[in-house]
Design a protein around this ligand. Structure first.
Ligand code: PAF
Length: 290
């Protein structure tokens, strides 16, 4: 296969495929604000780019479908690769540099040094996707070393990922500010996600129900209900009755992601469930004191 052009300049946005050329490009870049992605971009990613602009002189987006974070039976092969369309979108979103490495560029040899994320990474999504957060933490650590951002923006839709990355940055002393962005949603409440493209028209209509179920729990918590197990159980049953296969619905502490302890006033309600062949995740933060 012909190697891609090392630096493709598109309307003042550089599309770079190698670490060496990226390093050169970023030498005089000032403060870098970074948005790591796996591509197949949507309006939610563009919002992350807008936030990134507020945090640096140069905005870098990476597009890399990271094999390390997919399980053997997951959708690594079928994950949509849409570099051209992504670059067209990024150009309109004020991105300065796109870093789109090949798998060989990121992993020239089998990756034997990996980041062990904190134990919370083995719960919730981690319990259903063993090794997923280890793969995420490892690629994000590599990307931080390559891009050396002053700030990096992550969406709250992937709430557990955000917690893992915060811990990674803190405990490995990365000099990077982790900026959390609110989840972007369609009008009917469905969280924007690259995987929504897997949904048939019929499933797309059903899809907002996951967020509705989490919001129902959020409301019940605000009303003072504290039987967490009963609230979770009732949401699982409501989803299952509509044909969902639920991995989990869980009420957790928003900072530690552990089950709430004592007289909690702040929560995050997280859920992951399958609609046909598509696994959706979502969450809702709750402040019961407001
Ligand atoms: O959230 C994602 O798109 C990915 O998990 C990330 C952070 C780009 C790492 O591959």
């Amino acid at each position: 296969m012909p190697r891609p052009n090392p630096v493709l300049k598109v309307n003042n946005m550089d599309v770079i495929h190698t670490i060496a050329i990226l390093n050169k490009r970023l030498r005089e870049a000032g403060k870098v604000a970074f948005v790591p992605t796996m591509g197949n971009l949507h309006a939610g990613h563009l919002e992350l780019m807008r936030i990134a602009r507020e945090h640096g002189d140069t905005v870098v987006a990476s597009i890399f479908v990271n094999p390390l974070q997919f399980g053997p039976k997951e959708d690594f092969q079928k994950y949509p690769r849409t570099l051209e369309e992504d670059c067209a979108l990024l150009r309109t979103a004020g991105c300065d540099v796109v870093f789109a490495p090949s798998v060989e560029e990121m992993y020239p040899a089998p990756q034997q040094v990996e980041i062990i994320p904190p134990p919370i990474a083995n719960e919730l999504c981690g319990a259903f996707r063993p090794g997923h957060f280890q793969g995420v933490a490892t690629v994000v650590a590599k990307l931080f070393n390559i891009v050396q951002p002053a700030a990096a923006v992550f969406g709250k839709k992937d709430y557990q990922q955000l917690c893992v990355i915060r811990a990674l940055a803190q405990q490995l002393n990365y000099p990077v500010r982790i900026v959390a962005a609110e989840t972007s949603r369609a009008e009917d409440g469905l969280a924007l996600s690259s995987r929504n493209t897997y949904l048939s028209a019929q499933k797309r209509q059903e899809a907002p129900r996951l967020y509705q179920a989490l919001k129902t729990i959020a409301h019940q918590l605000q009303q003072g209900q504290r039987d967490y197990a009963a609230l979770e159980e009732s949401a699982c049953r409501a989803l299952a009755a509509q044909g969902w296969r639920v991995d989990y619905v869980a009420i957790r502490d928003p900072h530690t992601l552990l089950p709430p302890a004592g007289k909690s006033e702040r929560f995050v309600v997280l859920g992951a469930a399958w609609l046909g062949v598509t696994r959706l995740i979502d969450n809702s933060e709750v402040s019961a004191s407001t």
